[in-house]
Write a protein that binds this ligand. Structure first.
Ligand code: HEM
Length: 476
């Protein structure tokens, strides 16, 4: 028995010594590489876990900036680290970020935590690369930008908003993040599969909530685990979407596409399978579902703290409302988008709110940018948040100041709330349109006061208390 113990302990010691040896050999190899190719400064942290625990605990406790700011002051805007299981270059440098975003799949591909990539469809726009990605991105982006979809979204959103606002009570708080979430989901599902509100939509919403809850989970796919339940929910969603695709195939394709399924079914150059279409429709709900509600909720918070901006926004929208009432015409999507101050409020909210803090890419080969080496196989975390809150890019960056955008170029590489390059968010125009429509109806119909609420930045950005406000209807 004793000798078995000795063998076991010796094997254990040997195993750990080998692991530590490999870790330090790798570290040494990277150090010597760094001498030749300027791997940036930074710390790789502990064996295996690197600096993940540090990052996650400081992000949960004080917000993600603490980890980033500390390292920026020690190492500069670009530093090396080891987070989420991979050696990583973190970049808070706008030019480096632009280079990464603009590169194609031969240089960088998207990278996600294991639990997230397990949940993504094999053919989804979020995970594919190369020509198939370009084709799908182009088709979907073109449809989301089309006048026809914008007109449809505008009409539907006006209806959903009126229905929702009619139920708002002056006797209890309205939770802005919740009401906008419900509206945004209905619009998204309509744009993707033409499903109207009802039992099927409710079922889809229920499965979707179960599906996304698996994103922040351990990558363990066993019955009963969060990831397992999430995958089961996705299977049910796929079944529902495939039923819709089949019904469309049976009834003949519509010449003018009404939704993303039509767009993909109609494509003449590729014959997309039902699996590809279903993967894309479902995975597009991931970036599409939560982002606009959070954008609107954060805008309401900033406006409640900046009476001057709220006043100017209200005046601009009241002026348009009076004009349209006089003309007896409903507002079109271009009316909403042509309100200059409203647009600057949305832009400033995107800058300060940082709904997507940054994106991860994996290097497919050794890359050198501005004299910095990103070794093949490493990840890059392009951290937009720090760029947007950097005082060398924006004066008083923590101050909500929509007026700063009046004469400022939005296409600069210091402003990337929607990413950039081949993966620039195809929902960009729709997001701005939805936020503009909501703000218009909100400020022209209500006076309101906001309860205290704070923005939570980790693991995802949202309002801690879902942005409660008290309303009072404006008399005509
Ligand atoms: C405030 C709202 C939004 C923000 C801030 C936002 C931000 C982003 C960002 C930063 C990316 C780039 C990801 C990357 O480079 O890996 C992205 C991609 C994407 N977004 Fe959005 N998004 C928003 C709304 C929407 C909406 C409403 C949709 C509608 C479906 C949408 C659909 C997508 C899709 C499909 C991609 C993936 C594009 C690709 O990889 O080719 N987003 N979004």
């Amino acid at each position: 028995m004793d000798s078995v113990c000795v063998v076991f302990v010796t094997a254990l010691i040997l195993f750990f010594s080998t692991v530590v040896l490999i870790f330090y050999q790798n570290r040494f190899r990277l150090k010597s590489k760094s001498r030749n190719h300027q791997l940036p400064l930074g710390s790789m942290g502990w064996p295996f876990i690197g600096e993940t625990a540090d990052y996650v605990s400081s992000a949960y406790n004080v917000g993600p900036d603490a980890f980033m700011d500390k390292r920026r002051s020690m190492y500069g805007k670009v530093f090396k680290s080891h987070i989420f299981g991979s050696p990583t270059i973190v970049s808070m440098d706008a030019e480096v970020n632009r280079f990464v975003l603009q590169s194609d799949a031969a240089v960088f591909v998207p990278s996600y935590p294991k639990s997230v990539s397990e949940l993504m469809g094999e053919f989804s726009i979020l995970s594919i690369n190369g020509s198939l990605h370009r084709r799908i991105h182009g088709l979907v982006g073109g449809f989301f930008k089309s006048h026809q979809l914008k007109s449809q979204i505008t009409k539907e959103m006006q209806n959903y908003i009126q229905q929702s606002m009619a139920n708002w009570s002056e006797d209890r708080p309205v939770f802005i993040q919740d009401v906008t979430k419900s509206i945004a989901f209905q619009l998204l599902v309509k744009a993707l599969i033409s499903l109207d509100p009802g039992d099927e939509m409710d079922l889809l919403r229920k499965h979707f909530q179960e599906f996304i809850s698996g994103f922040i989970s351990l990558p363990i796919n066993l019955p009963g685990s969060k990831l397992y339940r999430s995958l089961q929910a996705k299977k049910k969603m796929i079944k529902l979407v495939q039923k819709i695709i089949q019904a469309k195939r049976d009834s003949g394709l519509s010449k003018v596409p009404k939704d993303v399924v039509d767009v993909l079914l109609n494509d003449a150059s590729e014959h997309f399978t039902d699996k590809l279409i279903a993967d894309n429709v479902i995975d597009m709900m991931i970036p599409g579902e939560d982002s606009v509600p959070v954008l609107v909720a954060i805008a309401i918070k900033y406006l409640s703290e900046c009476p001057l901006a709220l006043q100017q926004l209200t005046e601009e929208n009241m002026k348009l409302k009076r004009l349209k009432d006089q003309q007896g015409e409903p507002l079109s999507w271009s009316d909403y988008m042509s309100l200059p101050f409203t647009q600057t409020v949305i832009t400033e909210t995107l800058r300060m709110g940082n709904i997507i803090m940054g994106v991860f890419r994996k290097a497919m080969k050794d890359v050198e940018i501005k004299g910095i080496l990103i070794p093949k196989g490493w990840c890059v975390f392009t951290y937009f948040r720090s760029v947007h809150l950097d005082d060398s890019n924006y004066d008083h960056p923590y101050q909500f100041n929509p007026w700063r955008w009046q004469n400022k170029d939005m296409s600069s590489c210091s402003f990337t709330p929607f990413g950039g390059g081949l993966r620039l968010c195809p929902g960009l125009d729709l997001s701005r349109l939805e936020a503009s429509i909501f703000l218009h109806h909100f400020v022209t119909q209500f006076r309101w006061s906001a309860e205290e609420d704070t923005i939570v930045n980790f693991p995802t950005v949202r309002m801690k208390r879902r942005m409660p406000i008290w309303i009072e209807r404006v008399k005509d």
